[in-house]
Design a protein around this ligand. Structure first.
Ligand SMILES: NC(=O)c1ccc[n+]([C@@H]2O[C@H](COP(=O)([O-])OP(=O)(O)OC[C@H]3O[C@@H](n4cnc5c(N)ncnc54)[C@H](OP(=O)(O)O)[C@@H]3O)[C@@H](O)[C@H]2O)c1
Length: 303
């Protein structure tokens, strides 16, 4: 299926979903927010590719094409990656090198190895497999060997091999280390776990990064899937319709995106319809502060 055929199918799928049927008529592209260090606009829902890259042998490269096309059909472009193994990363690299995607995506990568040389080798290998001379965002995974790799990332940015540089965390245990790093360093981006059910980042990390002019990408919007299993027997409250929310996925995503300090949220999925639903959460109404407080206390009573 080529991209145009996929987009037609996507819109047909959207139109067939009752709660999204009005979406197609209203608007077809998600909003974007500025990257603070440059002003470049980044669409506010992205794709976390880890799960699908690891399943690429079972599900095939075409599934990746469908998920990326679903994201693109609503204006998305941010793809977060985490190097897995040369075979899977090579297949993924072939997909993102396709003409429909090549210059239209915002691709991140991560260094997750100990030691300066190992980190450089990993970055070079990833660039080769992704068929790129330049990555949009190079990150240090979960602060791994942070102070060793940070000078490497600065070099990569100066050499033009990384347009932006950043660091990631996905667990509360690393928050203190991240705050200490931000005291004396200025990444373009941080990536942090934050959702309706994991809200600790909004106490200190998110305002701190925002005040320093650092852009914020969110991970774990669904607690890596636990959120859905925890809510499996619970109906969405009727009052969520007041801010255009009709699914539990939208419930967490709209909570996150209603925070204006957030630049973009990653959602991981192996399902193109889920990608459409998640990208669609960026479009339309968002909860106000009072509604967000109501959402948080409701989730606290459930999870
Ligand atoms: N330290 C780090 O750097 C770090 C750590 C963790 C995550 N991350 C990044 O953040 C991304 C996302 O976070 P996460 O990995 O924790 O995953 P997540 O997005 O919180 O949850 C993913 C799970 O939710 C399911 N899902 C997604 N959309 C859905 C929908 N609309 N309806 C029902 N189920 C849905 C997916 O299953 P289906 O496949 O069935 O859709 C998947 O199992 C990762 O891919 C990665 O890029 C970074």
């Amino acid at each position: 299926m080529n991209r145009r055929e996929f987009n037609n199918k996507s819109l047909a799928t959207l139109a067939s979903i009752p709660f999204l049927s009005s979406l197609e008529a209203q608007v077809s592209m998600m909003p974007a927010r500025p990257i603070h260090s440059s002003g470049e606009l980044l669409p506010i829902v992205g794709f976390g590719s880890s799960k699908l890259v690891s399943l690429i042998n079972e599900l095939g490269a075409e599934r990746m094409v469908e998920v990326l096309s679903a994201l693109q059909s609503l204006g998305g472009k941010l793809i977060d990656t985490w190097p897995r193994n040369p075979h899977n990363d090579g297949v993924f690299g072939e997909v993102i090198a396709r003409p429909d995607f090549n210059t239209n995506l915002f691709i991140t990568t991560k260094i997750d190895r100990m030691g300066r040389e190992n980190g450089i080798v990993q970055f070079d290998e990833t660039m080769r497999l992704y068929q790129r001379d330049q990555i949009d965002l190079a990150q240090i995974f979960s602060l791994t060997d942070l102070y060793t790799h940070w000078p490497t990332l600065i070099d990569l940015k100066e050499q033009g091999r990384a347009r932006y540089i950043g660091v990631t965390v996905s667990q509360y245990e690393l928050y203190e280390d991240l705050i200490r790093f931000l005291d004396s360093h200025q990444p373009d981006f941080i990536q942090v776990n934050y959702s309706i059910s994991e809200r600790m980042a909004e106490n200190e990390i998110i305002p701190l990064a925002y005040d320093k002019g650092i852009s914020i990408i969110v991970n774990r919007p669904f607690m890596n899937g636990y959120y859905f299993s925890a809510l499996a027997d619970t109906d969405l409250p009727d009052w969520a319709q007041a801010f255009g929310c009709h699914t539990w996925a939208e419930f967490s995503l709209k909570y996150i995106l209603a925070n204006p300090m957030i630049t973009s949220v990653l959602t991981e999925t192996s399902n193109p319809d889920h990608m459409l639903e998640n990208a669609g959460a960026a479009i339309g109404d968002m909860p106000d502060d009072q509604q967000r407080a109501q959402m948080a206390s409701y989730i606290d009573s459930l999870i």
